[in-house]
Design a protein around this ligand. Structure first.
Ligand SMILES: [Zn+2]
Length: 433
């Protein structure tokens, strides 16, 4: 039985002197006898893992020996899982960006006639300095890469080269569970994953087989192991391919609870859950988003990396207590906005690169999240030789230097305004509490 209580601190900053929970949520009830039904597919859920109600399982930071050898293994637990005696202090940087959108107007300016291919490297170059500082660097790819005929909204199909540019810019982890995952059918899923694999990305969220959908994504950086999960609220009404309910990871709370427990058992010291959810263009999270995010933290998730609303939403840091009373933090990033898109106005042309320092304490292995910092970005769009060009700009840095030749004084004013709106929005949840 999970016994985790969440203290709802509407804090945007890490609390260095935490107070006891003032607004506890009752512990979740999990009855392992209940059949697990997968949302969307209508089929019985079988994650091939033990129920979290198993007495051997903790959702805390205790490092456990692997209970079983399932197909959810990426790294060898014997080799890589440190015992509590040998745990050293360690630190690594977690970074994430929001939605990677590819609308049709973004294509001509990045097309190279001579080679007959696209090159999007210029688009991300201005933020690559920030991205390359990260040890885990995540993005949500909101368009299948299916080759042939490219298309924009409502059924996206983006050039393969967009992924090449993301890799070049420093992104290493791509999640694909989102409402556009099935825009190009199952073929789109296959081709997207094949290309992402070729480029060496870690991926999560869509799958070409049941085994792939269950594979544990465990990524070790500087000796700290992160587990990764990804879910989407749906696929724009496009049904999951027949006989392939595993193709897209649809949000299912009970499945998520099991998946987190499985990752913990296999050595994850913290778990990131990429969640595609919320209401488009809403600048504060919906009740449903808050409920889902809390359920994830309650189940033992540590960072919720949200996307889908196409605008930046506030974030919060919550405290969770494990059965042994040990406190841990949960970081909820409700929406990181558009990292790249052709959407303009009302902050749809802004996004955020979220930076979190993940620290492990020597001996106890306690994980903490520090130096939480949003780097706000702006998609600068301009004409060059009659073609539209796009660049993702780190606003704080650009405003400090004020030396970019492509930017007019109106552009700088626009960035100043956006910075102030976004910084203010980050505090909204705090003000509401
Ligand atoms: Zn979406």
């Amino acid at each position: 039985m999970l016994l985790i209580i969440i203290a709802l601190g509407w804090n945007m900053l890490r609390s260095s002197a935490p107070s006891p929970p003032s607004d506890p949520i009752p512990p979740m009830q999990h009855d392992s006898a209940d059949p697990m039904v997968q949302g969307g597919s209508g089929s019985k859920q079988d994650n091939g893992v033990q129920s979290p109600s198993d007495p051997n399982i903790s959702t805390g930071n205790d490092i456990q020996q692997p209970q079983e050898d399932s197909d959810r293994t990426l790294i060898s637990p014997e080799q890589d899982k440190p015992s509590e005696q040998t745990l050293q202090a360690a630190e690594a940087v977690w970074l994430a960006v929001g939605d990677i959108m590819v609308h049709m107007p973004q294509l001509p300016g990045s097309y190279d006639k001579a080679s007959g291919s696209y090159d999007f490297n210029d688009v991300f170059e201005p933020v690559s300095g920030i991205l390359r500082k990260g040890d885990w660097v995540l993005a949500n790819l909101e368009a299948p890469l299916a080759g042939d005929h490219y298309s924009g909204f409502p059924r996206f199909n983006a050039p393969y080269e967009i992924a090449d540019a993301l890799r070049e810019a420093g992104i290493t982890i791509v999640t694909t569970a989102n409402n556009h995952a099935l825009d190009q059918g199952y073929k789109g899923i296959e081709r997207t994953l094949a290309h992402l694999d070729k480029l060496g990305f870690y991926t999560k969220g869509t799958a070409r087989s049941k085994a792939e959908s269950r594979k544990a994504v465990l990524i070790e950086q500087n000796g700290i192991t992160m587990g990764l999960l990804a879910y989407t609220y749906g696929t724009n009404g496009i049904p999951l391919p027949s006989g392939k309910p595993y193709a897209v990871s649809i949000w299912d709370e009970e499945a998520c609870v099991k998946d987190i427990a499985a990752l913990r058992r296999q050595g994850a010291e913290f778990v990131t859950v990429a969640m595609h959810f919320g209401t488009e263009y809403q600048t504060v999270p919906s009740e449903s988003q808050r409920k889902i995010a809390r359920a994830i933290i309650q189940a033992g998730g540590d960072i919720v990396a949200g996307s889908h609303p196409h605008v930046v939403q506030p974030y919060e840091v919550v405290s969770a207590y494990d059965t042994d009373g040990r406190k841990r933090q949960g970081v909820i990033l409700y929406s990181m906005g558009n990292f790249i898109s052709n959407q303009r106005g009302d902050t749809k042309d802004n996004g955020v690169i979220f930076e979190i320092t993940v620290r492990r304490e020597a001996g106890t292995g306690q994980i903490s999240f520090e130096n939480i910092k949003p780097h706000f970005t702006w998609v600068h769009r301009y004409k060059d030789n009659g073609k539209m060009k796009y660049r993702v700009l780190p606003m704080e840095e650009m405003l400090k230097k004020r030396s970019d030749k492509q930017l007019s004084s109106a552009d700088y004013k626009q960035m100043e305004k956006a910075m102030s709106i976004l910084a203010n929005r980050m505090n909204k949840l705090k003000a509401a509490s």
